[in-house]
Design a protein. Structure first.
Length: 205
């Protein structure tokens, strides 16, 4: 009986040792695999899949701002512009990141092709960095007596739709613009895009 027990004990110890060795090998491979891709500033490889990076968050915000999740059937305001152009605002949303996104559609009801060069504003640096864009849009908080301009990155590029080179007659294009968020107590703002009439908009979110 003692011999059988001794044999079983040896087998148990050997099995435990083998399992431990395999576990160490797996951990070692995981560390090496992620070690070459990190600079030490980010999360550990084990937590990275469950925690989105700031770049991922920014990409998602940008997609949302571009109007992918905006209901085109919602019409908060409709204002007329020059030469048969119409702007319909579909959404004005306050986001947790500290900004307000205005999403809408510009439609060309005229007979000729229209470009977006007239909506970039008059600031030379903005126009140079954002040709054919809607960077000239503004929000005005009448209660707080403050005007808000479109957000820009460190290179002067606007957080808005760009590249509006040609809108064919009868066609429309989706546009978005991001502004610094007014105080939480501000629920209504005046929105202006060059060549269009001013619209009073209610902020959601």
């Amino acid at each position: 009986m003692s011999i059988r027990r001794s044999t079983k004990s040896r087998r148990a110890v050997a099995a435990v040792s083998l399992a431990a060795a395999m576990a160490l090998a797996v951990v070692g491979c995981g560390t090496d695999d992620g070690g070459g891709k990190t600079d030490g500033a980010g999360p550990s490889p084990s937590s990275a899949p469950s925690t989105p990076s700031e770049e991922d968050k920014g990409a998602k915000q940008e997609d949302t701002a571009a109007g992918e999740n905006v209901d085109p059937n919602v019409k908060l305001a409709q204002v007329n512009g020059r030469d048969g152009l119409t702007l319909v605002v579909n959404e004005v949303k306050r986001d947790s990141g500290g900004f307000v996104t205005v999403s809408g559609v510009i439609k060309n009801d005229g007979d000729d092709i229209r470009s977006g060069g007239q909506w970039s504003g008059s600031e030379k640096n903005i126009v140079a960095q954002n040709p054919n864009s809607v960077a000239g849009a503004t929000l005005v908080d009448k209660v707080g007596k403050k005007r808000y301009y479109i957000l820009r990155d460190t290179e002067g590029r606007c957080l808005c739709t760009t590249g509006l080179t040609a809108i064919q007659p009868g066609k429309s294009v989706s546009v978005f613009m991001q502004f610094p968020a007014p105080p939480a107590t501000t629920t209504e703002v005046d929105f202006t895009l060059p060549t269009f009439a001013t619209a009073s908009l209610k902020i959601s979110g």
